[in-house]
Design a protein around this ligand. Structure first.
Ligand code: 5GP
Length: 193
């Protein structure tokens, strides 16, 4: 998606260890116009899949997931990384190793929000090694829900995430695919999803 790749070129910053910082427009400060366009694009791609819920993981998955859910006219659910006192219902839980924080956390969603009738679109800001997506897939599986696809804003294709998800026969669509972050430079695989 050209708007996104242009913005990454203009405002993205490569940190060491293969990490891209996009806090100017996605992960901290949010550009609502770009986010709206990206949500609509993901909704368009998955329009024929009869999606009933969009599911993501807090915190930076929430913004793209809300816009995609709004465009699909379905609810958005975000998995929590820490258990809240108000979560007194039965929970779906999975362990996720965080690529950026390098800690394992238990993610959870209240069971009442997902059921075997649901056809889920997973949305996240980044796809790196696929651990966040794998945890979300596990939560959906516990509920008996079907995962119809995964919509990602930025895929780092030099990491293993896409392969992991494709091996589960789940379609992955990424709006920007990065083949390398060598020498502080962002190289894209293709300009458009
Ligand atoms: P994965 O679970 O696929 O290894 O990593 C995806 C998660 O880690 C995303 O939810 C995202 O928050 C975070 N992440 C992975 N790589 C990057 C990166 O290069 N930059 C930023 N800002 N977050 C990342």
């Amino acid at each position: 998606m050209k708007e996104l790749t242009d913005r990454i070129k203009d405002n993205g910053r490569v940190l060491g260890e293969g990490v891209l910082k996009v806090d100017e427009f996605i992960t901290h400060q949010v550009d609502p116009e770009l986010m709206d366009a990206m949500g609509k694009r993901l909704a368009e791609v998955f329009a024929d899949k009869k999606i009933t819920k969009v599911v993501t993981i807090e915190a930076s998955g929430i913004a793209p997931a809300v816009y995609a859910a709004q465009a699909l006219k379905v609810p958005m659910i975000f998995a929590r990384k820490s258990k809240s006192l108000t979560m007194d219902e039965e929970l779906l839980t999975a362990s996720v190793y965080s690529f950026t924080k390098q800690v394992t956390s238990t993610i959870s969603i209240s069971r009442k929000f997902l059921s075997a009738e649901d056809n889920v679109l997973l949305v996240d800001d980044f796809l790196a090694n696929g651990q966040a997506a794998k945890g979300l897939i596990e939560l959906c599986q516990q509920a008996g829900a079907n995962v119809a696809g995964i919509g990602i804003l930025i895929e780092k294709s030099f990491q293993d995430g896409r392969q992991l998800i494709e091996d589960m026969d789940i379609p992955v669509v990424s709006l920007a695919r990065i083949s390398s972050l060598h020498d502080g430079k962002v190289t894209f695989i293709e300009e458009d999803a």
